[in-house]
Design a protein around this ligand. Sequence first.
Ligand code: PMP
Length: 387
Amino acid sequence: MKNRSLLMIPGPIEFDPAVLSALGAPTTSHLAPEFIEAFGQALDRMREIFLCEQGQPFVLAGSGTLAMDCAGANLVEPGDKVLVINTAYFSQRLAALLERYGADVTQVNAPVGGRPALEEVDAALQREAYKLVTITHVDTSTAVMADVPGIAALARQAGALVIVDGVCSMAGEDLRMDEWGIDVALTASQKAIGVPPGLALLVAGPRAIEAFQRRKSPVLNYYADWTHWLPVMQAYADRRPSYFGTPSVNLIFALNVSLGQILAEGLKRRFTRHQLLSVMCQAGIAALGLGQVPLQAEFAAHTLTAPRYPAGVDGGAFLTRVALAGVVLAGGLHPAIKAEYFRIGHMGAHTPGDVLATIGAVEMALAGCGYGFESGAGVGAAQAALI
Ligand code: PMP
């Protein structure tokens, strides 16, 4: 029996063998010519993948929360007004984080599984002037996808900088910094970027860098301060060594491999592939009679699916049975509905076959939990969506 399960959670995901082998190679100095070239190339590739031609990429050792910290620490000065488009758990994390740096935060809220209407965002922007507007592209706690281009256009008209948390979307969902007017997009390595956890990634557009340079007060986070990192990132982009804090050498070699694979696949094809995986998964879930957390189909993300348990099925027992069938899924995360739903991640290297195997395991677990349905209906519907 093979000693592994199929990992279908919304991060960390399963990783390509070439990425893992870069991670396992002997570690070089961070000043070695081959590392300087790999880091420089990874920074160039980030601009291409974030679709931000003049963007300034940052790669720091840390998780997605550090990338959020990096945006907050460098762009917020005490008293700055920030509008947080709150689509769930990770939007709230961003609000709390920005308040820590002294931001005066206003939130536009939505019910669980919903997202604020553009009219509500517009009304909030008309009531007050904001320095920043933040959007969680895909809130991983609910699988709700925000209307990034719609909100960003309104925010730009109102003169605000736009920050997008793309941790659960970048390189999986269509996300275009230049075209949509996004000033900062951030993510982490372990989701659709396709590299084991440990890298915080962020691209800042020219307006964000200008806002940082106009700061009157010091950045309130020593490690994340762009004053330290800008010269380092610029040096590696110019293929020169530099130092502030030791870079994650192996993770950056692995990042460069994965970013190369993403570009080789092509962004358009990659987004379409993620849409297909999502259509398959959602069709399979619907055919089994399960509802989903997003209140409308057009709010549903393509990087993960959040099905609701049918009445009478216990989440703990269900997930244990899925694991016995060889598939690892995630439980609920949003505190208000935590026990009512589960999450299936389908991003990065995942294939249609992985989705079919997952729906098959979901069927086995549901049957084991005593839920009645037509056996094979989910797999059949997922397969039909593929053809
Ligand atoms: N934002 C979103 C949308 C996320 O999904 C996550 C992680 N699940 C984070 C932020 C935080 O990232 P990390 O766990 O890597 O700190």
